[in-house]
Structures are given as structure tokens and as C-alpha cells.
Design a binder for this molecule. Structure first.
Ligand code: SF4
Length: 227
């Protein structure tokens, strides 16, 4: 898409954020701090840097990700808040003593991603989320604004951005790269569930390799809840 169209999309994001603020709505962003997450964070820092950015600290992240979020916070002047599961790691093992991510990753994602997100959503009105249609089949079905339960809203400002547009924005603004990208990691989540490109068959396939699972639950659980 042409650069002018990117500018138009950015203006629209600014208008949306202004609209929520003018209406007295409280917004927050969630981010996994991957390279492709940075355009949205950068755009938010240009318009409303005070909007809190929540990071789901599962306890299973790569040390590189943990360090990178501090680099980005300093670079963009963001207000990053870690949230963690209310269930301790000792309560996240099955009968054989194995962490749930080994045999039941859906439950592990529920404990570490869905559960801790619930009180965050309850505190705010608008959840800004950087999903894109070109990432998964489920994301392709989303609307720019998705109503959630209890009158909350999820706003997807990057829905129609492509990976090429993300790359163009990153290049234009000289945004840094997640340190693991250079090692072939294109979609980076928790360590146990992430594979490098060489070990998998494509960008999203780097997550939960060998399983049909494509989503961690925070994208699907809350949107489904509106029905
Ligand atoms: S991505 Fe893997 S380790 Fe992380 S919460 Fe989900 S199942 Fe657990």
C-alpha cells in the first residue's frame, strides 16, 4: 500500500484515540513487544503516550524479550505495566509434574494470558490490540471495533496493515528489531512454544509448532464472549 495510505491510516488512529479520550473512555494497549508490534506502539507514543501498555509476563518469555520491552519503553516513553497469572507456577503442573504447556497449552495460555487479562479489561473501556488480518484465519474475521462483554470495546487499528506496511513504517522510523529476529525467530512468544523459522515452516508456524493451535486465547476468548 502506498505511503500516503499509511499516513491516512495513522491519521485515523489519532482521530479514534482522540474520540475515545473525548468521550471519557479509558484505553489501554496490550503488546508482546515483537518487532512487528512496534509501529502501533510508536503511533500511540506520538498521539497519547500516557496510554498504559500491558505486557503479559507469563514467566516463560525469552530473556531477550524481557530486556527488549525496557529498551522500547525508554525509546518511546511508554508506560509499560507487567501483568502475571494469579496462579503460581507450582499450580501450573499436571499430575505428572509437567508444566501444562507440554500437554495442555490451551490451559497454560488460559492461566498465563486470559486470566491475568480479565482484571485489566475490567479497569478500562477500550482495549487497543495490534492484530492484523494477514496473521491468522481468526484475525481475518475481526472488525476494526469489536464489542466485548460488559460494554467494553476492542479496537484493532492495525487490522488492514500488511507485513510490508509494517516493514515500511519500521524502516521509515528506524525502529529497532527484536534481538531474536536475527536468529531466525519471526513470531516470538514464550520460550517453550516458539521455534525459529529454520525449525518450522513459516512466521506464525514458529508458534506451537506441530500443533493446530494458532492463538493464545487473549485474541479469541474475549471476542467470543460478546456473542
Ligand atoms: S505460549 Fe506456551 S508457555 Fe506461553 S502461556 Fe501459552 S502454552 Fe504457556
Amino acid at each position: 500500500m502506498a505511503e500516503t495510505n499509511i499516513s491516512t491510516l495513522i491519521d485515523r488512529i489519532g482521530e479514534k484515540l482522540d474520540g475515545y479520550k473525548s468521550a471519557g473512555l479509558s484505553s489501554f494497549v496490550s503488546s508482546s513487544f515483537q518487532s512487528h508490534s512496534l509501529p502501533l506502539l510508536h503511533i500511540i507514543s506520538r498521539f497519547q503516550p500516557e496510554i498504559p501498555v500491558y505486557f503479559l509476563n507469563t514467566g516463560f518469555h525469552f530473556p531477550e524479550t524481557m530486556a527488549f520491552r525496557h529498551v522500547i519503553a525508554d525509546l518511546m516513553g511508554l508506560n509499560i505495566i507487567d501483568v502475571a497469572s494469579p496462579v503460581s507456577k507450582s499450580g501450573q503442573r499436571d499430575d505428572q509434574g509437567k508444566f501444562f504447556f507440554v500437554n495442555n497449552p490451551d490451559h497454560c495460555c488460559y492461566l498465563n494470558k486470559v486470566l491475568p487479562m480479565e482484571p485489566v479489561i475490567a479497569q478500562h473501556d477500550v482495549w487497543i490490540n495490534g492484530v492484523r488480518r494477514d496473521q491468522t484465519k481468526f484475525r481475518a474475521t475481526l472488525l476494526e471495533e469489536e464489542p466485548l462483554a460488559d460494554g467494553k470495546l476492542r479496537y484493532h487499528p492495525m487490522l488492514d496493515w500488511t507485513s510490508k506496511m509494517i516493514w515500511e513504517y519500521r524502516t521509515e522510523h528506524n525502529l529497532p528489531e527484536h534481538p531474536l529476529e536475527a536468529q531466525g525467530y519471526l513470531s516470538i512468544g514464550c520460550m517453550p512454544c516458539t521455534r525459529s523459522f529454520q525449525e518450522s515452516t513459516g512466521a506464525r508456524q514458529g508458534r506451537w509448532a506441530g500443533m493446530s493451535k494458532e492463538e493464545c486465547g487473549i485474541q479469541t476468548e474475549f471476542v467470543k464472549a460478546k456473542a
